[in-house]
Ligand binder design. Structure first.
Ligand SMILES: Nc1nc2c(c(=O)[nH]1)N[C@H]1C(S)=C(S)[C@@H](COP(=O)(O)OP(=O)(O)OC[C@H]3O[C@@H](n4cnc5c(=O)[nH]c(N)nc54)[C@H](O)[C@@H]3O)O[C@H]1N2
Ligand SMILES: Nc1nc2c(c(=O)[nH]1)N[C@H]1C(S)=C(S)[C@@H](COP(=O)(O)OP(=O)(O)OC[C@H]3O[C@@H](n4cnc5c(=O)[nH]c(N)nc54)[C@H](O)[C@@H]3O)O[C@H]1N2
Ligand SMILES: [Mo]
Length: 749
């Protein structure tokens, strides 16, 4: 326990008027905190000591990031495009334009097919649910996805594939109980600092757990680890296959658990059979000795905790790789008991809720779009004709939504709480798409972002601290985050905006009653409880009132009123055909299996051991572009810096972009520390000062935080996604932000 406090200059704790409970909205750890209010403004934060997640600790982004709420350049009035320029207007005019366009398109040829919604992992639960109902039962379009596609689509896909439904098996308390921690492509030291400090407490306490890091960079995690495998980017599946082979050959797996609780062992053993440590060493460019050491660390642990994140999810063969980590835990029966757990991590603070509520295209409550009974359940709940709910094909993923906009079939795109002009791959293409004449673009944000500058209508939103709602972190802990202050000017909570749209669109149920009859977050939450009853993410035992007593892990029901610490404690998984969220996909191609094919496997509550052979990345270095680009995060900034660069301390800590190179690659190109470097791919270029650092040879690292909103209207050659490619994992459809071929050269400007 350690209560971290940060207050506005000169303010003492005793001067604070009120403390209002909230949780962090700048990563997925779900750190509980109280917002300090002074004279009607946010004036600081304090960690909440009693909370199960963080025990009062806060990371640097949370300590300082609240200052963005008070920034003088917040959007305070709606904007509409007049004669090519964005001008201020009132809500009636702005919403009127959106509704007029919607009605025109809905009545015209193409109907629902003209609509696309590209949303976020930063709304509150109630907002996602409202949006999902609008999309699925109001308009009836499958073209709705979140930036969660870029973030945790692979977490969801791998959990569904292995265990039958989404839902995190483990708990953060596993950190306290484990005797080994494996971090798979997860730089937790920079991205979930409180979770990292919990790991460090163990490492520097009595009886420290062993630690394995798999990351091409020498991150703080890699430096702390007992074994660091600095694999060549894009080779995770080869590595895991080799590790699983060692575990099977050395008899380090639990035969009786595997026999009773899994299917697919023979095929897995056969697939991994060819991945000798020597072959893995060659593919991944690590030593065979280190592969054996890592296998022994994993194979001899008695309570193993794994965390998986973007080094897997945004890399080659994402879902296949993440599934191999699940396989490791199943083979070793490392699941469902204290210290033995998998955390297929989330990234964004509320990504989990988007996946649960279905504003990412999934059906709410982890229901299976291919199961007519699940669709019927929703039709009954919403009192609508089942045929309006889009369930005739898989939902349209984000990259496909932008493709449809590019082709002109999507003509209305509503972008909320995300900044795709900086965060989607291949930005030159994204700019072309958003610039098209025929595309009506709505942007709902706090600031005039790079994306908002392309909009036809900009809606000013209220955010964290200015609105109330629930959200769920990466270990299924639900917190309530309450309104502390009024939003600036005419800015409105996202929920109010969505409910206003639904009212103006006059969406009705089968009896002519309003489809979204709600007015408050609490009413939406109560409707959501009913939607989840009996599903894995069961919120039926939760309420806003109960959450005021502190965070609770779902499922929370009448039978488990205190919530549920771990899933699958009994070795029974969510794979029953009537219950599961997916009938499965081929890991190499993404081809969907049918219900009949799935039933024929007779899963009967057993988990799937999915096997996959290694395949190289779609783009690998060659003579023209000899290096591999990896993009990712730094400690002080959140994504496109809309919040963190408006906090002076965070801005000062990382004011500008840089590029990391291995000293040997730098030497070949005649680049010294601090020299300006032009990094070029087949799609674009970025210029940045060099840092010679601990990336592995052959790899270049760029943070992706640096768009151009703070520099002017035009791209200024700092955004990492100028370089990245349009390619995605066949199963999760998550884009590959961690593998592009590039070249580097010293430059004078
Ligand atoms: N400070 C900060 N914290 C954040 C965020 C932020 O923007 N800033 N964002 C939040 C969000 S939304 C997310 S999704 C998380 C992301 O959290 P992380 O996944 O921890 O962050 P990344 O830097 O994207 O990637 C992690 C690591 O993957 C490694 N990597 C790249 N390619 C490969 C590969 O092929 N194999 C392996 N094994 N590793 C590879 C990179 O070197 C990098 O160190 O962070 C959350 N927390
Ligand atoms: N090259 C590269 N690209 C990446 C990644 C990478 O590692 N490398 N990572 C990917 C990942 S994991 C992620 S999560 C994405 C993140 O990508 P984005 O979501 O596009 O990035 P953010 O800057 O978080 O954008 C969120 C926007 O929502 C606004 N906002 C914040 N709170 C609220 C609110 O309450 N209401 C409303 N209406 N708006 C709000 C913010 O001002 C901001 O403009 O980037 C992805 N892109
Ligand atoms: Mo993310």
């Amino acid at each position: 326990m350690r209560v971290d406090v940060q207050l506005a200059d000169g303010l003492a704790e005793g001067d604070v008027d009120r403390w209002v409970p909230a949780a962090s909205l700048l990563h997925s750890n779900g750190d509980a905190m109280d917002i300090a209010v002074k004279d009607g403004r946010i004036a600081g934060v304090r960690g909440r000591a009693v909370d199960r997640v963080n025990r009062g600790r806060l990371g640097p982004k949370d300590l300082f990031g609240w200052q963005a709420n008070n920034s003088p350049d917040r959007l305070t009035r709606p904007l509409v495009r007049e004669g090519g320029r964005l001008v201020e207007t009132d809500w009636d005019t702005a919403m009127g334009r959106i509704v007029e366009k919607s009605q025109e398109l809905l009545a015209g040829p193409g109907g629902w097919g003209r609509f696309g919604f590209y949303t976020t992992g930063q709304f509150f639960l109630e907002e996602f649910y409202a949006l999902a109902v609008i999309g699925k039962a109001g308009i009836g379009t499958p073209h709705m996805d979140g930036n969660t596609r870029l973030c945790t689509a692979t977490a969801a896909a791998s959990l569904k594939a292995t265990f039958g439904t989404d839902g995190q098996p483990g708990s953060y308390t596993d950190v306290d109980h484990c005797d080994a921690i494996a971090l798979w492509g997860h730089n937790v030291a920079a991205t979930q600092t409180v979770l990292w400090s919990r790991m460090l407490d163990r490492r520097h306490g009595t009886d420290p757990p062993a630690m394995l890091a798999v990351d091409p960079r020498r991150t703080p995690v890699a430096r702390e680890a007992d074994v660091h495998l600095a694999v060549r980017p894009g080779t995770n599946v080869a590595l895991l296959n080799g590790l699983l082979r060692e575990i099977i050959r050395n008899g380090w797996y639990d035969e009786s658990y595997v026999a009773a609780h899994t299917i697919g062992f023979e095929a897995l053993a056969e697939t991994v059979g060819g991945y000798t440590p020597e072959r893995v060493a060659e593919i991944c460019d690590v030593t065979a000795t280190d592969v054996r050491r890592a296998a022994e660390l994993l194979g001899c642990a008695r309570r193993l905790l794994s965390t998986v994140l973007q080094g897997f999810y945004q890399s080659n063969q994402a879902t296949a790789a993440a599934c191999q980590v699940n396989n490791l835990h199943l083979l070793r029966a490392m699941i469902g008991r204290p210290g033995a757990g998998v955390l297929q991590m989330n990234g964004q603070p509320t990504a989990e809720n988007n996946r649960e509520c279905g504003a990412d295209g999934d059906l709410p409550g982890f229901r299976n779009w291919a199961n007519p009974e699940h669709v019927e359940q929703l039709a009954r709940l919403w009192n609508v004709d089942q045929r309006i709910i889009p369930a005739w094909s898989p939902p349209t993923h984000a990259m496909q939504i932008f493709r449809y906009a590019e082709q002109g079939s999507i003509r209305f795109l509503w972008v909320s709480a995300t900044n795709p002009t900086v965060t989607l791959p291949d930005l030159a293409r994204i700019r072309r798409i958003l610039n098209q004449e025929g595309l009506f673009l709505v942007v709902q944000d706090l600031f005039l972002t790079e994306t908002a500058r392309y909009a036809d209508v900009v809606l000013p939103a209220a955010t964290w601290g200015e609105k109330t709602g629930a959200f769920t972190n990466a270990d299924r802990t639900v917190h309530l985050s309450e309104k502390a202050v009024d939003p600036p000017g005419e800015a409105r909570p996202d929920l109010d905006i969505l409910l206003d749209y639904a009212r103006r669109m006059n969406f009705r149920d089968r009896d002519g009653q309003p489809l979204l009859p709600w007015h408050t977050p609490e009413e939406v939450f109560d409707a959501w409880r009913e939607c989840t009853r009996g599903r894995p993410c069961d919120y039926s035992g939760l309420s806003h009132a109960k959450l005021r007593d502190g965070g609770v892990q779902w499922p929370c029901t009448d039978d488990a009123p205190g919530g549920t610490e771990r899933l699958y404690t009994d070795g029974v998984f969510h794979t029953d055909p009537d219950y599961c969220e997916t009938y499965g996909q081929d890991l190499l191609t993404g081809a969907e299996f049918t219900g009949d094919e799935y039933r024929a496997k007779r899963p009967a509550g057993r988990a799937f051991l999915h096997a996959a052979a290694y395949q190289p990345s779609p783009e690998v270095p060659g003579p023209e572009y000899p290096l591999q680009l990896v993009t990712g995060r730094s400690l002080y900034h959140f994504h496109t810096r809309t919040k963190t660069a408006r906090a002076p301390e965070l801005h000062a800590a990382a004011p500008d972009v840089w590029v990391e190179l291995h000293p040997s690659d730098a030497a070949v190109a005649g680049i010294g520390e601090g020299d300006r470097v032009r990094v070029e791919s087949a799609r674009g270029a970025v210029t940045a000062p060099a840092r010679l650092s601990g990336v592995r040879p052959g790899v270049v690292f760029l943070p992706f935080h640096y768009g151009w909103w703070d520099r002017g209207d035009e791209p200024d050659g700092r955004a990492a996604n100028e370089l990245t490619l349009t390619a995605w994992d066949p199963v999760s459809k998550q884009p590959l932000f961690k593998s592009a071929a590039v070249r580097v050269a010293r430059t004078e400007n």
